[in-house]
Design a protein around this ligand. Structure first.
Ligand SMILES: Cc1cc2nc3c(=O)[nH]c(=O)nc-3n(C[C@H](O)[C@H](O)[C@H](O)COP(=O)(O)OP(=O)(O)OC[C@H]3O[C@@H](n4cnc5c(N)ncnc54)[C@H](O)[C@@H]3O)c2cc1C
Length: 385
């Protein structure tokens, strides 16, 4: 076990930091929509599809490489982290892992080039944490598949070009699968653009007799476990972004505490402030190690371990919430002002405690690993006796 990065990984971090500082920093914190031009810059720099095999147009790198790039970029420009997420960790991984030759030919190159954007359509009005209650239906019709249903909370929904729609091909849990749907497919419509508390856009999606080629089906049976395992990569992305934004807030607060004076002393001379920083540092270190562990072990075994991912995500989400909140406090009123980035960092990390599976659902998963037992969350069937 060696906790230091290799020289190659150090170089990767330096290259990603340089790119973010030179190209993304000037517009950081000003985006109100998906940063398309930064996605293209990432593609040109070889920072998209980092974990996707070179044979599919990716970089053939490791999940830890992707994590390091995400951390470096998001620290400088959180919105550019959206582009790193979309082109490395999000639904693109489902497309790369399960896509047919046709999907890899027709959809994947544009996603990797930053010219197209895919989101995941999992959540429905009655299926949030209880994902397996999703009702969006898929049925084969000749060479096509036809979809009917509704999705909600779709991140960047107003701007995406494709959606990986999680749907069911039959009544059983084992019938849950996924289909890639281009947004220009007849029968596909979007609800009005709405915004999360962080300002990011989302919208509802409607599928009304939406017909796509059967080759756009990613999975149609016995796939939920495999799909969730790949979704673990999305959760690693979520966790490292939370970590990166918290680190950014921490770094700014350190600099502020070194210069801001009250009572004739710098803030960093007050023990009450020092202990805040000690607590923040402990949380950041622990979160980083858990995220890196989940990524490194995924690189060894080929897939992320679901329990390690849940530990990393829940811990990093809550650490980021705590750290950004304390960093904001150190800035006093300027931390709470919209003129400075602290309040955005605090608002942004809050959402990741819910997105990608809430911290409570991660705890359910961790408890199953602890006890080596699966605990159904469903209400017991009413007794017939
Ligand atoms: C920023 C953001 C981005 C998102 N992006 C997307 C996206 O791109 N695509 C998409 O499909 N969805 C997306 N979502 C939706 C997200 O996946 C859901 O919000 C999440 O799964 C929780 O579902 P829910 O909101 O319906 O809450 P509910 O499932 O109604 O849960 C409400 C509360 O109850 C808790 N709870 C529920 N069941 C249990 C249980 N068994 N044990 C303990 N606690 C429980 C939850 O943890 C939560 O705190 C996004 C959400 C956010 C906030």
């Amino acid at each position: 076990m060696d906790f230091r990065l290799t020289p190659e990984q150090e170089q990767l971090v330096a290259a990603a930091t340089r790119l973010a500082t030179d190209r993304f920093a000037p517009r950081a914190f000003t985006w109100s929509s998906f940063p398309w031009e930064n996605a293209k810059i990432l593609a040109e720099a070889g920072f998209t599809g980092i974990t996707i095999p070179a044979s599919d147009g990716g970089q053939g790198g490791s999940l830890l490489d992707a994590v390091l790039v995400m951390e470096a970029v998001s620290k400088v420009c959180p919105h550019s982290g959206d582009a790193v997420q979309a082109t490395n960790f999000g639904a693109i991984r489902q497309v790369a892992a399960f896509g047919s030759d046709r999907v890899k030919r027709e959809v994947l190159p544009a996603l990797l080039g930053g010219e197209a954007l895919v989101s995941v359509g999992m959540s429905e009005p009655e299926a949030g944490s209880a994902l397996t209650e999703l009702t969006t239906a898929a049925r084969y019709d000749g060479d096509d598949v036809v979809l009917n249903g509704q999705k909600v909370w779709n991140s960047h929904g107003p701007e995406v070009t494709h959606v990986v729609v999680w749907c069911r091909f039959g009544p059983r849990t084992r019938d849950i699968g996924a289909v890639v749907v281009p947004v220009d497919t007849p029968g596909f419509t979007r609800g009005p653009a709405e915004r999360y508390m962080s300002g990011e856009q989302h919208c509802a999606l409607y599928l009304d007799g939406c017909r796509v080629p059967g080759e756009y089906v990613l999975a149609d049976s016995d796939a939920l476990r495999r799909m969730m395992t790949i979704f673990g990569v999305e959760r690693v992305g979520n966790a490292v972004r939370a970590l990166a934004l918290a680190q950014a807030a921490f770094d700014q607060a350190v600099e502020h505490a070194k210069v801001r004076k009250q009572f004739g002393r710098r803030l960093c001379e007050f023990q009450g402030i020092q202990w805040k920083f000690a607590d923040m540092r402990m949380q950041l270190d622990a979160a980083r190690m858990l995220v890196y562990r989940a990524a490194c072990n995924a690189d060894q075994t080929g897939v992320p371990d679901p329990a390690e991912v849940s530990v990393a995500k829940a811990y990093a989400n809550e650490a980021a919430f705590m750290v950004t909140n304390q960093a904001l406090q150190v800035f006093g009123a300027s931390g709470y002002s919209t003129e400075f980035p602290l309040e955005y960092l605090a608002r942004r990390v809050r959402g990741w405690m819910i997105a990608g599976g809430s911290v409570e659902m991660q705890r359910n998963r961790i408890a199953e690993a602890v006890f080596g037992e699966r605990f159904s969350q469903r209400a017991p069937e009413p007794s017939t006796s």
